[in-house]
Design a binder for this molecule. Structure first.
Ligand code: MG
Length: 247
């Protein structure tokens, strides 16, 4: 006996399959050359210690070329085992690269043996444009004022959560920074913003910067600025630092 219902469903299935096979190439060929300006660039994303292919590497573990003191002198930090280490008393260092808006990746580690309490433990800082500090502090079971703990936009916004790893362990900041906008008279018309992930956890969600942060090295203004890493008297380590300028 012929099963007409079964045969019919096979025919319908084959027709559908043929339709899909026909439709697929048509969809992929509908790409228009006029779309080229809006087509996203292909970027090998990297991962682990490998930066994205289009990132500008500021520190790859091999030396301090590309870094100097704020006054333009030779950067005095120590390079050891693929990391650069704050040399207390030598001062903060700045990248020779300056940028406006940017995606910034920085890895850091507080000293493995905690020394001091509160702000004295593993203090450093990552300053966008040498103006806006994302606090670096060993805030693992180390209490301090919230807008001064690790991941705070210093004295402006506490982190949403404390995502600190143990002292001595490598941690990461991924920062999306948009600078303020100034009019022709130098008046700020739109505040800058910052989004920060700490070890992959969102800790600053597009906060509006209230101005440059306390103890920053550069006044607010329309000029680009460098990445500034703070010497706050603690031998904090840094590695794998890269920037993707956004404008
Ligand atoms: Mg600091």
């Amino acid at each position: 006996m012929v099963n007409y219902v079964k045969m019919r469903s096979i025919v319908v299935g084959m027709t559908l399959l043929a339709g899909i096979m026909f439709a697929l190439p048509i969809v992929s060929e509908s790409v228009d050359a006029d779309d080229a300006p809006m087509r996203p660039a292909v970027v090998a994303p990297g991962g682990g210690a490998q930066p994205p292919a289009d990132a500008i590497v500021l520190f790859d573990g091999t030396g301090l070329s590309g870094w100097r003191t704020m006054a333009g002198g030779e950067a005095g930090w120590i390079v050891q085992d693929g990391a650069m280490i704050v040399k207390p008393g030598s001062g903060g260092i700045v990248s020779e690269l300056t940028f406006g808006g940017a995606q910034v990746h920085v890895e850091f580690a507080a000293p493995a043996t905690p020394v001091g309490e509160g702000q004295a433990r593993g203090n450093s800082g990552v300053y966008l444009q040498a103006r806006y500090e994302v606090q670096v502090l060993d805030s693992y079971e180390n209490d301090t004022y919230p807008d001064g703990q690790c991941g705070a936009v210093y004295s402006q916004y506490p982190p949403l959560v404390n995502a600190c790893r143990l002292p001595g362990e490598w941690q990461a900041y991924d920062i999306i920074f948009h600078p303020p906008v100034f009019d022709e008279d130098g008046k700020k018309t739109t505040p800058g913003t910052m989004t920060v992930l700490h070890n992959g956890v969102l800790i600053q969600d597009h906060v509006e910067l209230l101005g440059r942060t306390t103890a920053s090295a550069q006044d607010e203004g329309p000029s680009d600025g460098p990445l500034y890493l703070q010497d706050h008297g603690s031998p904090v380590r840094y590695r794998n630092i890269w920037v993707r300028p956004l404008d």
